[in-house]
Design a protein around this ligand. Structure first.
Ligand SMILES: [Zn+2]
Length: 163
């Protein structure tokens, strides 16, 4: 068993909140260690939560165990690495594209950084591209996402927050 193989199997594990994204797209898999002893092979996986207290992490951990067990790796240890904290920069370009196709506005670091005290972050609608959008709720269905409404096509959408 190699790290590359394990990485390939982890590509089947999706984010329960955004099933279009794999945990590799999100960039939350930080390290993999494979150790062998006479009791067999142990795979250790380090993951960094996208948001502290993100309930999806438990579901992701179960997904990792199931994916690896399907390939014969039954001894799996999952460690949560809290530092350095996950940032949306770790998300792959592919991941950001999939997020948009899924109808969620991808993180926009530039908009986030230029955010002044009285300015609001400009988030383009993932459906029509209009920047005429308004924040409905800072906290969407989960704490990782904010809820927006597009004033052009009148559709609500979720935005994956930068943090
Ligand atoms: Zn729109």
């Amino acid at each position: 068993m190699t790290k590359e193989e394990v990485l390939g199997w982890l590509a089947d594990v999706t984010d329960p909140e955004v099933p279009a994204l794999t945990i590799l797209d999100l960039g939350i898999v930080r390290d993999i260690q494979i150790s062998e002893n006479n009791e067999g092979t142990t795979v250790k996986v380090w993951i960094t939560p996208t948001y502290s207290g993100c309930p999806a992490m438990d579901v992701i951990a179960i997904g990792i165990r199931m994916a690896l067990a399907g390939h014969g790796a039954h001894k799996v240890e999952i460690e949560q690495q809290m530092s350095p904290a996950w940032t949306t920069d770790w998300m792959t370009e592919d991941g950001k594209r999939k997020l948009k196709e899924y109808g969620i506005a991808p993180p926009n670091r530039k908009a986030f950084q230029s955010l002044g005290l009285f300015e609001e972050e400009v988030i383009a609608c993932p459906r029509c591209g209009s920047e005429d959008t308004e924040l409905v709720s800072q906290f969407g269905p989960t704490s990782c996402k904010a809820l927006y409404k597009c004033l052009t096509c009148k559709e609500p959408f979720e935005h994956f927050k930068c943090h």
